[in-house]
Design a protein around this ligand. Structure first.
Ligand code: AMP
Ligand code: ZN
Length: 114
């Protein structure tokens, strides 16, 4: 089910444009509008969920999301490594409240994050 005011639901429905790089029946991968690394792709479930934790109830959907993120990393040639991260809640840095994985790579990534 989609949420009418949700930005990423609008990307799923096509009412807001995005540069889509990969898709499955359940998930969509598109380039972040404000990339923080040479590769910065967001991988989202097509069905609205507020955060990744909510997908624990639908493990098939969660597995599809992680598999697509790994496929994107391979497709982008990130064989030297990459980061797959998810921000949860405002203090965790989440700004868009539709579950998403960030796939970041193409440069050395510092740890710990800020
Ligand atoms: P987060 O802070 O984890 O909620 O991440 C939200 C991400 O969505 C940020 O990296 C934004 O740059 C990105 N973003 C916001 N609007 C768009 C958009 N229209 N298309 C692609 N990425 C977007
Ligand atoms: Zn949504």
């Amino acid at each position: 089910m989609s949420a009418p005011t949700c930005l990423f639901c609008k990307i799923v429905s096509g009412s807001i444009p995005a540069t889509i790089v990969a898709r499955t029946d359940d998930s969509l991968a598109f380039r972040d509008i404000d990339p923080q690394a040479p590769t910065h792709v967001l991988v989202i479930p097509r069905r609205h969920a507020h955060n990744i934790g909510e997908l624990a109830d639908t493990p098939r959907e969660l597995a599809d999301l992680v598999a697509l993120a790994a496929r994107v990393a391979e497709q982008e040639g990130l064989d030297r490594g990459y980061r797959m991260v998810t921000n949860t809640g405002s203090e965790g840095g989440q700004v868009v409240f539709h579950a998403h994985l960030h796939v970041l790579g193409g440069r050395p990534l510092a740890w710990p994050p800020g």
